[in-house]
Ligand binder design. Structure first.
Ligand SMILES: Cc1ncc(COP(=O)(O)O)c(C=O)c1O
Length: 446
């Protein structure tokens, strides 16, 4: 950009509402790397909060955006049909098995969640929405009401829209102590046999807070995102699908963070062959351009009368062109398989690094959605959260030019979200930096 606009303004022009994980003055990005104004290279294992699955500024995506922008930037959905939009709708309606599926496109994850809720209420003529505690679905009024990952997201904004009730998500590490199966708790992959009593809680919710016949839908993240990258036991989603079918409750899978190859499948529900009624997508869909949407059973989508939902920018033509190029890159470069392989490499490496460090309570993840949970050594039952350790380790990683994010209700988790194009050598580098950062932050072996 030309510099005839004068000196670059100070950081203070940005609203303080944008909480800050790092302070990089970024100039450009390529693959897994961000390059700042002084030319320093940062290994970006935040992916801009799980967005740039194809890597920063992938040449094929950038070219598709430039080519489309030179032809048409805005082709409003109520007024015209555009080719990128038609092609994207058709392509997305075949990415899930089963169906037939239809697609509705919007701009942000929150907006797509709102669409899912409106569609579920309209299609079922029921009002209540169930959520899982620890879930994150956005920061608009409706999505704040669905979000219970952390009080900062909703606490100061009551009253929130009603008829939303939360029930327990199965977290093996944070299950009530008596619900943990001692045979598996603490072992690698401990979730496999742990019941965590979520079904008991589900039943209680439907005997106390709401009647099943009033429930339009339950919304679930297949893996909790902002809530701490909590991977549920393998049987959870299939059983939830069974229960919802029995009760006529729609199942909304919020795959905003887990989707687009992140977990080693295109969508996380595919690990268990679970078919939701509505799937919400955003983040990775257009490699960073604002685009989101829902894939819904066609007969549900057909209950929406014209005008009952929409928006000026939904299905923007440039974003659709980026989304088509994103799908091409994911397929051509085998990014879903790479996410699975690099994820295994990272988790294996982290388990070795974590061994003997009492401050690391849990190492978990699926594909390239990976977490380290920090606890205060020797305190309580061994699960007392340690947000201070998270802060120190992230700061040490930043000093070594590795970007990481936190998560969890107590900010007690470090989440690792590399672009899906990341290489084996980059994972090794990140592991080396993490080991040094843990040592430097005082998270040492006893
Ligand atoms: C699971 C999930 N749902 C919804 C959202 C909201 O998306 P957006 O920030 O694009 O509104 C997010 C954002 O992090 C998310 O992780």
């Amino acid at each position: 950009m030309s510099n005839d606009r004068g000196p670059i303004p100070p950081h203070s022009v940005i609203s303080s509402v944008w909480g800050r994980a790092a302070n990089v003055d970024v100039e450009r990005g390529e693959g897994s790397w961000l390059i700042d104004r002084s030319g320093e290279r940062w290994l970006d294992y935040t992916s801009g909060i799980g967005v740039v699955n194809t890597g920063h500024a992938h040449p094929k995506v950038a070219a598709a955006i430039a080519e489309q922008a030179a032809k048409l930037i805005h082709g409003q959905q109520n007024i015209v049909f555009h080719e990128p939009g038609l092609r994207l709708h058709e392509r997305l309606s075949t990415v899930l098995d089963g169906g037939p599926w239809g697609v509705f496109l919007s701009n942000s994850g929150s907006e797509a969640v709102e669409a899912a809720v409106k569609l579920a209420r309209r299609a079922t003529k029921r009002r209540v929405i169930l959520t899982f505690r620890g879930g994150y679905h956005g920061r608009t009024a409706q999505t704040m009401a669905l979000t219970t990952a952390k009080n900062v997201y909703r606490g100061h904004f009551e009253p929130l829209p009603g008829s939303v009730y939360s029930t327990a998500f199965p977290s093996c590490f944070r299950a009530p102590v008596e619900a943990r199966d001692p045979a598996v708790a603490g072992a690698p992959g401990a979730c496999a046999g742990c019941s965590c009593r979520w079904e008991e809680e589900w039943d209680l919710t439907l005997h106390t807070l709401a009647s099943a016949e009033d429930v339009a839908a339950v919304i679930v993240e297949p893996i909790l995102g902002e809530g701490g990258y909590v991977v549920p036991p393998a049987g959870f989603l299939p059983r939830l699908r069974e229960l919802t079918r029995e009760l006529g409750i729609l199942l909304i899978a919020d795959e905003v963070q887990t989707g687009y190859g992140r977990t080693g499948k295109m969508f996380a529900v595919q690990h268990q062959n679970v078919e939701p009624d509505i799937l919400v997508m955003a983040k990775g869909i257009a490699s960073g351009l604002p685009l989101s949407g829902i894939i819904a059973r066609k007969e549900l989508l057909d209950t929406w009368e014209p005008g009952t939902h929409g928006g000026t920018y939904g299905g923007n033509v440039v974003a659709c062109a980026a989304a088509l190029a994103t799908l091409d890159v994911i397929e051509e470069e085998g990014l879903v398989a790479n996410a699975a392989a690099r994820g295994t490499q990272m988790i294996d490496g982290l388990r070795k690094i974590a061994a003997g460090r009492a401050s690391i309570g849990d190492v978990r993840g699926l594909g390239l959605m990976i977490a380290l949970e920090f606890v205060q050594p020797g305190a309580g039952d061994g699960r007392v959260p340690d947000p201070a350790a998270v802060k120190r380790v992230i700061a040490e990683a930043n000093k070594r030019k590795l970007l990481l994010l936190s998560a969890g209700s107590y900010t007690q988790v470090i989440r690792i979200i590399p672009p899906l194009v990341t290489t084996a050598a980059e994972i090794d580098l990140a592991l080396k930096i993490l080991e040094e950062s843990l040592d430097a932050a005082g998270v040492t072996r006893s």
